[in-house]
Design a protein around this ligand. Sequence first.
Ligand SMILES: NC(=O)C1=CN([C@@H]2O[C@H](COP(=O)(O)OP(=O)(O)OC[C@H]3O[C@@H](n4cnc5c(N)ncnc54)[C@H](OP(=O)(O)O)[C@@H]3O)[C@@H](O)[C@H]2O)C=CC1
Ligand SMILES: O=C1OC[C@@H](O)[C@H](O)[C@H]1O
Length: 379
Amino acid sequence: MATNSKPYKIRWGILATGWIAGVFVEDLLKDPNTRGVDDVAHEVVAAASSSSAERARNFLDEFKCPKSAKAYGSYKELVKDPNVDIIYVATPHSHHYQNTMLALEGDKHVLCEKAFTTNAAQAKILVDTAKKKDLFLMEAVWTRYFPISRELRAFAESGKIGTIHRVMADLSLCNDVESQFGTEHRMVNMNLAGGAMLDLGIYSLTWVFQFLYHILPPSERKPPTVASSMTKYSKTGADESTSIILNFPPLHSHGIATTSLRVAYNPDGKDTAGPAARIQGTKGEIQVFGPLYRPTRYRIVPHDDLLKLEDVTRDIPGMGMFWEADECARCLRDGKKQSQGLTWEESIVIMDVMDEVRRQNKLEYPEKIESTTYPLDGF
Ligand SMILES: NC(=O)C1=CN([C@@H]2O[C@H](COP(=O)(O)OP(=O)(O)OC[C@H]3O[C@@H](n4cnc5c(N)ncnc54)[C@H](OP(=O)(O)O)[C@@H]3O)[C@@H](O)[C@H]2O)C=CC1
Ligand SMILES: O=C1OC[C@@H](O)[C@H](O)[C@H]1O
């Protein structure tokens, strides 16, 4: 989006210094012109680590943030920094509710990593708090802001593949679960709300929801019914494979969202094995290739020659997390409190679906991290 005026710059505070926080900061610091953007810009003005201020300083140095950026040894100090406009919450799922509440109560706008919270009740309170305090809040489902996602939603909305009756989406990453994750890693640790569904299944659900819910006119969007099956990791009880069948009104379209830590969406390690998502309409289908969090290729496969077969690859000039950051900046600039790419209501409906899947399969996280009480010690 190119304009002639000065870019609207937002000042970020990074809450936590783990893996994704580093990836996000690297993307934030890329020159927006490299992705054809000149209406918004980003600055990293502070980071906080719950371990120590030294760790936060090392993080800022490692990712070449400006020397003026402040390093804090607690999240509480970060949310008090008057130079911070928006906080990026990059802790494990278990901590999102408490950390986002902390930031909102500190009068900061928030971009919170996926999955939004451990349950829908927590997500609803975050939204109520943002509303009450007139603050911006967004779940960081970055994939929704990729040009490829916007393009495919618009293509499906135009009706060119006809009426969509089914979407199948899989994000499964084959791991040697025992040796790679043991019992403590956040992917399998129940105390950190680990498991395939909240971590990876959210992307399969994202592709189903984009085409069977999001692109419908708001008055026609209705929560789906849910049937599901889950297999649990014997060492911790977290879900290692989860399959979900959704039935969406008004057409009773089927959404099939699968995820696993044991098998791969791309068994050959490349993206040639087949599409990771298929959006199936009465006139043709869209096939999406690559990991569903960061797809780079799609095919339009027509039923007849009314549509052209297209095979499109879109390179990403970086990881691609800057597009969700640009969305935050534009929302702040325009006074919007939520993003139309993923509204509060849609985040909550998706959390409701995951709650129902957990209920059907008797998967409960420890009481402390399912709690809606705020504040609680230990976060
Ligand atoms: N959008 C995407 O593509 C991705 C998103 N994610 C999401 O980001 C979040 C973090 O994932 P990731 O960066 O891989 O995780 P890491 O384990 O690498 O980092 C999490 C950070 O959270 C902080 N933290 C605070 N309390 C705890 C605790 N009790 N246990 C562990 N960490 C704690 C720590 O930072 P500190 O010591 O500085 O406080 C830690 O480094 C998750 O919600 C995940 O779903 C993850 C990967 C990719
Ligand atoms: O969001 C994510 O995307 C990439 C995965 O490797 C990671 O586990 C997950 O959190």
